[in-house]
Design a protein around this ligand. Sequence first.
Ligand SMILES: Cc1cc2nc3c(=O)[nH]c(=O)nc-3n(C[C@H](O)[C@H](O)[C@H](O)COP(=O)(O)OP(=O)(O)OC[C@H]3O[C@@H](n4cnc5c(N)ncnc54)[C@H](O)[C@@H]3O)c2cc1C
Length: 444
Amino acid sequence: MCIVGAGYTGLWTAYYLKGIRPDLRVVVLEAAFAGFGASGRNGGWVTAENIGARDKYARQPSGATGVRALEAALRATVAEIERVCGAEEISCDFVAGGRLAVATTPAQLARLRASLEEARAWGDGEDVLAFLSREELAGRVNVAGALGGLFAPHSARVQPASLVAGLAAAAEHRGVVIYEATPVTEILPSMATGGPGAVARTVFGDVRARAVLRCTEGFTARLPGARRALLPMNSSMVVTEPLDEAAWREIGWAGCETMSDEAHAYMYAQRTADGRIAIGGRGVPYRFGSTIDDRGETSPATVAALRALIRRLFPAAAAAKLDHAWSGVLGVPRDWCAAVNFDAGAGLGWAGGYSGHGVLAANLAGRTLADLVAGDSTELTALPWVGYHSRAWEPEPARWAGVHGLYALYRAADRLEGRAESARQAALAGVLGRVGDAISGIPH
Ligand SMILES: Cc1cc2nc3c(=O)[nH]c(=O)nc-3n(C[C@H](O)[C@H](O)[C@H](O)COP(=O)(O)OP(=O)(O)OC[C@H]3O[C@@H](n4cnc5c(N)ncnc54)[C@H](O)[C@@H]3O)c2cc1C
C-alpha cells in the first residue's frame, strides 16, 4: 500500500491500516518531511464542525440520517484522538475544552442565532450546541465588545506540530515506512500502468502498489490531472509572546476553548499551553493559477491585520510582542464539502478538502480510508462523505477573480458590519455577505 503525503490524513490512514491489517506493507511518500504541510502549522483546533454542507451530503442515498451519522462520527472523533494520544504517548497539549464562536456585532449575533436554529432543526440539542449570553461568555473568555456566543463541547485544542510528529512516530512503531524528501510527480491508475496495481511516480523511480492514496490536500493542484480538484487556499497565523498572569486574569480563558468570531473572513484562536495567544485568519487567500508558496512567509499587511485583531479583541494583550508569524495551505473543494473516495478497480483513493477544518476530520477520513482499502464494509464506509464528488473549480482567470472577488465582498461586509450606524448600512452588509455566500457555496 502506498500513501502520498505525510500529514494527518496520510498518517492516520497508515496508522489504522496497520492496525487492522498488520501484515500489509504500508509506505508513505512525503515531498518534504512529516508534518511539513498544514498538519504541522495549523491553529490546533480539533473541531467536529464545518467540513461541508448538510443539504449537500443529504443528497447522498443515506439522506438526512446519513448526515446525522456523519456528524455523530465527527463528534466521537474528539475522544478517539484523545484515546490514541494517550495510548501512543503523544504529548500534544490536548485539552478537550470545547469551542466558542463569538459575536462582536449585531449581524454576527444574528448569524450565530441562525446557525443555532439550523442545528436545532437537525436535532442538535444543548449537549451539541448551546447559546451563551454576553455574561456567560465573559465567564469563560473576556472578548472586548462581545455580544454573545455559541458553545460546542465536542472540540479540543492541540499543539498541531506535536500531534503530527507523535502520529508519525506511532505509525512507524506499527511498521509503516515513511520516505521523506520523496516528491511524487504523478499518480497512475492500475489500467494505465501496464502491470498489477497503481503507480506513484517519483524522481527516484516508480512505487507500484495495490492502491495509491492521495493525501496531499492543499498541494493537490500540483499533481497532473488534479489541477482543479482542490483550490489551494492560504491561511496565516501569528503567536504572541507568553502573556503575564495579570493579562490572563483579565482575559480568563482558563478552559482553553478554541475560539472564532463570526465575521465572514473569520479569525480562529487558541490559548497555548505556554500562555500565548495564537490567532489566524485568511491573509492572501489564493495565488493565480493555484501556485503554492510553501515557504510559510507572511506579508507585513497580514501580520498587521492579525496584530490589530489581538488588540481589538484582547486589550490586555495589546502590548504583547508577536514572536512568530507563518502561513500554510489547505484544500478547498468547489462546494466546500470534504470527501473520502476509493476506487478499488483503479487502485486509487484520496481524502481531503476539509476547507480549513481537517485536524479532526483527517482522523475520521484516515479510519475510513483504511476500512475501504482493507475491503471492510463498516459504519464509517457508509457515511455520506464517502463517494461524494464536488465539481471541478473554474479555469483561470475565473478562479482567481472569483476567490479574490469573494474575499473583497466579505471584507467589505465585515467592515460595514463593524461600523454600521444605520439600518441601511447593516442591510447592505447583509446583502454583500449573502452574495458572497451564493457565489462561493460556502455552507453556514
Ligand atoms: C494556517 C492554517 C491553520 C489551520 N487551522 C486549522 C485548525 O485550527 N483546525 C482545523 O481543523 N484545521 C485547520 N487547518 C487545516 C488543517 O491543518 C488541514 O485541513 C489538515 O492539516 C490537512 O491534513 P492533510 O494531511 O490532508 O494535508 P497536509 O497536512 O497539507 O499534508 C499533505 C502532505 O503531503 C505532502 N505532499 C504534497 N504533495 C506531495 C507530492 N506530490 N508528493 C509527496 N508528498 C506530497 C506535503 O508536503 C504535506 O506534508 C489550518 C490550515 C492552515 C494552513
